[in-house]
Design a protein around this ligand. Structure first.
Ligand code: ES4
Ligand code: ZN
Length: 326
């Protein structure tokens, strides 16, 4: 259909993508073999069958387990390069990818090993695929703020190679206020700031991300729609929301794609974007997410174009570079 053709050819920026969540079962197997890591599955098919989640924590347990096969600089390169080739096929022109250094350093993999491999692929992607990039380091919110502060210290010599910080992992019980000091330090270092909020957590967590962490974007933000005053504020501030429809479905944040907040957010004048989150685990890359919501919510061509424009407008690109894309 014409809608699918539009989605395929529209230039897009991807703003909510965990690089470790792009580890496809085939690569999981290949790296397990290459590194001599035992995994409790006999085939890629068996792995996919295990990806049935009831909530965020269910998924995170499998996600952290999957990361265990990533050990060398080349592993992080291969992971990131495979994602970039897939992104190029979806006409993604700019990526702002998350990585979870604490998921690796706690297993004895050096911070620099992770950063070097991811960055080398991003540079190759820029040179060979024409995809510009920013790299966002996430703090795992189920760990302490002191651990996040140590991670920020490890990153500090690499400011310039890392462009921003984010906050991810188990949301409920780990509110943004727990990370107020580390986000202040990150901002002092000149880093951009974003945070997952309102995926499973209440609207109060979105307020905290704005007021205490002073974020420039809200990752997910679904539950902001429960709070009219918060909606008005997000609209007023032109805050970008990075919504992930297939992720929401697979993590039971919504019970059908038709319940995705994308259309309601557009109607409310919010700067919503469509993203893949963890495509290897949730069954689709960015164009799959666009097609899913466009079909289920019967989006117009103009609305689909707006979603793509919002992705560049909400990026950490300089204004002149945003303008080149929109
Ligand atoms: C994540 Cl969907 C989601 N939510 C929170 N943390 C995450 N880490 C990777 N994917
Ligand atoms: Zn996410």
């Amino acid at each position: 259909p014409a809608r699918d053709a539009l989605i395929a050819r529209l230039p897009k920026a991807e703003l909510h993508l965990h690089i470790e969540g792009s580890l496809e079962p085939e690569m999981l197997f290949a790296l397990a073999e290459r590194n001599g890591v035992a995994i409790p599955f006999a085939s890629a098919q068996e792995v996919r069958a295990a990806y049935a989640f009831s909530n965020l924590q269910d998924f995170l347990d499998i996600y952290y387990q999957g990361m265990g096969v990533l050990q060398t600089e080349q592993d992080f390169y291969d992971l990131t390069w495979a994602y970039l080739e897939r992104a190029a096929a979806d006409n993604v022109r700019h990526v702002e990818i998350f990585f979870d250094p604490q998921g690796h350093t706690e297993r004895g993999v050096a911070f620099e090993t992770v950063l070097d491999g991811i960055e080398r692929a991003l540079k190759d992607g820029e040179a060979q695929l024409g995809i510009s990039y920013r790299l966002i380091m996430c703090f795992l919110r189920h760990l302490s703020e002191d651990e996040a502060l140590s991670t920020l210290s490890e990153a500090a010599p690499h400011v310039g190679r890392i462009h921003g910080v984010g906050l991810d992992s188990s949301e409920v019980g780990h509110p943004p206020r727990k990370f107020e000091r580390v986000f202040a330090k990150a901002r002092e270092l000149g880093l951009h700031v974003t945070a997952h909020a309102g995926e499973e957590g209440p609207p109060a967590y979105v307020h905290e991300a704005l007021d205490l962490l002073k974020v420039e974007r809200i990752d997910h933000g679904n539950r902001a729609l429960e709070d009219p005053a918060l909606i008005a504020r997000l609209a007023d501030e032109g805050m970008t929301l990075t919504v992930c429809p297939l992720s929401n479905l697979r993590l039971c944040v919504i019970d059908a794609i038709g319940a995705s907040p994308v259309k309601r957010m557009l109607d409310l004048g919010l700067k919503v974007t469509v993203n893949a989150d963890d495509p290897a685990y949730f069954g689709g890359y960015v164009n799959d997410n666009f097609r899913a919501v466009a079909d289920a919510l019967d989006l117009t061509h103009a609305e689909i174009v707006t979603l793509a424009e919002n992705s560049f407008a909400g990026s950490f690109l300089a204004p002149a570079d945003k303008a080149r894309h929109i």
